[in-house]
Design a protein around this ligand. Structure first.
Ligand code: ASP
Length: 306
């Protein structure tokens, strides 16, 4: 049993070389912030919220500040949080004026009234819950026309654009699991489009009886496989997180021609990471080990599918 553990990601796509260091460093900072919470006895839920907030506040990623705009030039943000102790969850979608959608998702979860709230209704409720609204201009990333895209030929359909959503999974000292995700969605999406990120079981799932998982990538394809709940089901059947991550990412490509990545931690503190995109920015912190981090996951980093 290895506790605590935190794993974060900053998206799975083809990260252009000049951006890789910033993606890597942002994940290290976020994991470090979540780790500090866990070490001081904080809950996995607190740790994933803190880690995702750090990623949302970093304009490098497509979440919170720096989000991609939709086809009308507006930001529409989605986020999700889940507590593996109780299976309670909170989600928001298409919010335009909330700096840290992960925190709004958490407050909604804790309201015990609704679980998933979208658009204007979520913004009105945010204020009641004590979350001030911001100017959407503060959240807007670079115009899509200037997003630095790789020039080589790795460009499968649906992945021609950045996929730099963020997510975190954690296991705390008491053995509780949690997951959080946040995104600006895909660049130039139609207004009102929502991907897998805030959908329970698709972008994320956490269950103390199994593990916590988060997915990232081409949302329209990812959601078809309910990847994160599928990961927890495999863990409950005794799969290792690495075997589950590799299997599900392979299924994503084989069954639905999808591209993306997954991060998983199980209830024993074992970690799994996989992606079928050229890059996945990530960081992992475990007891007694140096932080593992990078912008791609080398084969065998976490012991292979075994
Ligand atoms: N899955 C996200 C979406 O489709 C994008 C991403 O992971 O970067 O909205």
């Amino acid at each position: 049993m290895e506790r605590p553990v935190i794993v974060v990601h900053g998206g799975a796509w083809h990260i252009p070389a000049p951006l890789r260091e910033a993606f890597h460093e942002g994940c290290r900072q976020a994991a470090g912030a979540g780790w500090a919470v866990l070490l001081s006895g904080g809950t996995a839920l607190d740790a994933v919220e803190v880690a995702v907030r750090v990623l949302e506040d970093n304009p490098v990623y497509d979440a919170g500040r720096g989000s991609h705009s939709n086809s009308k030039g507006e930001v529409e943000l989605d986020a999700f949080i889940m507590d593996g102790r109780t299976l309670e969850l909170g989600a928001v979608a298409a919010v335009k004026r909330v700096k840290n959608p992960i925190t709004l998702a958490r407050r909604i979860m804790e309201s015990n009234e609704h679980a998933f709230v979208v658009g204007d209704g979520a913004e009105v409720w945010a204020q009641t819950l004590g979350i001030p609204l911001c100017d959407p201009a503060e959240l807007l990333g670079q115009p899509e026309s200037t997003v630095a895209m790789p020039e080589d030929s790795w460009m499968p359909p649906g992945m021609q654009l950045p996929a730099d959503t963020v997510g975190a999974v954690a296991l705390d000292l008491a053995g509780n699991l949690a997951v959080g995700t946040s995104t600006g969605g895909t660049p130039n999406k139609r207004p009102g489009r929502v991907g897998d990120t805030p959908l329970v079981g698709c972008g994320a799932y956490a269950d103390n009886a199994a593990g916590a998982a988060a997915a990232t990538g081409w949302g329209e394809r990812l959601m078809r496989l309910v990847l994160s709940k599928s990961a927890c089901d495999l863990l409950a059947q005794g799969w290792t997180p690495q075997a589950a991550a590799e299997h599900l990412v392979a299924q994503l490509e084989r069954r639905v021609a999808g591209y993306g990545g997954m991060i998983i931690v199980d209830r024993h503190g074992q970690v799994g990471l996989a992606h079928n995109t050229p890059h996945l920015s990530f960081a992992v912190i475990r007891v007694g080990e140096e932080m593992l981090s990078g912008t791609e996951v080398p084969k065998g980093l976490l012991g292979g599918a075994g």
